[in-house]
Design a protein around this ligand. Structure first.
Ligand SMILES: [Zn+2]
Ligand SMILES: [Zn+2]
Length: 203
């Protein structure tokens, strides 16, 4: 009987050890993958905000190369879908966000601020049209940061399964222009917030 209890005791210790290790292995993270030339400071700012919003650690990866075939010389833009497909997905990634300075497009639109794939959990954003200078205006660092955070949260929101929202003040509203991005800001409306919490609880 005593021997049996001892065996059970060891079994319990082993089980607890395995459980705690498993939990460590399963610690998921959001990955930020910068392309060449992306400002380090904006990456740190994004990391802080994404950790706050999604509640997962955010890791900044090494710089990645944008595939040459993504470039469309007729449009002088890069196909965002091709960039999405080129991004590697680490095993512990809950979401991967590529960040580039290049101007992005999808065939049916003039440009995109970003694109996301729910099934692959990857997204990409372009910082190109987030600078005031792009519109011939004087640079505004704070506004640029706010726009980058907005686009990053929007695209990652898609990777977590959120769709576009009809509320123009919600971060999940579709941005047709920089005016939309500025109007909506980076907060979720109550409905999207609730949906996101429900989704995140499942991880
Ligand atoms: Zn969207
Ligand atoms: Zn919403």
């Amino acid at each position: 009987m005593l021997k049996c209890r001892r065996v059970l005791g060891w079994f319990l210790i082993l089980w607890l050890f395995l459980i705690s290790n498993c939990k460590e292995d399963m610690q998921k993270a959001i990955y930020l993958v910068p392309a060449e030339g992306v400002d380090v400071q904006i990456l740190s700012e994004l990391k802080i905000q994404l950790e706050k919003v999604f509640g997962f650690p955010c890791k900044i990866e090494e710089t990645t190369e944008i595939p040459l075939y993504a470039f469309n010389p007729k449009r002088n833009q890069y196909l965002s879908t091709a960039i999405l497909e080129s991004l590697k997905i680490p095993k512990d990634a809950i979401g991967v966000l590529g960040v580039t300075n290049l101007d992005l497009y999808v065939p049916q639109l003039r440009f995109v601020f970003g694109e996301a794939s729910f099934s692959k959990r990857v997204a990409v954003i372009s910082l190109c049209r987030l600078h005031e200078e792009y519109y011939g205006l004087k640079g505004n660092r704070l506004l640029f940061e706010k726009r980058a955070i907005t686009e990053a949260i929007h695209e990652l929101g898609h990777t977590f399964g959120l769709h576009h929202c009809n509320n123009p003040k919600c971060v999940m509203y579709f941005s047709n222009s920089i005016v939309d991005t500025d109007r909506k800001g980076y907060n979720f409306c109550d409905e999207c917030k609730e949906k996101l919490h429900g989704i995140l609880e499942g991880y």
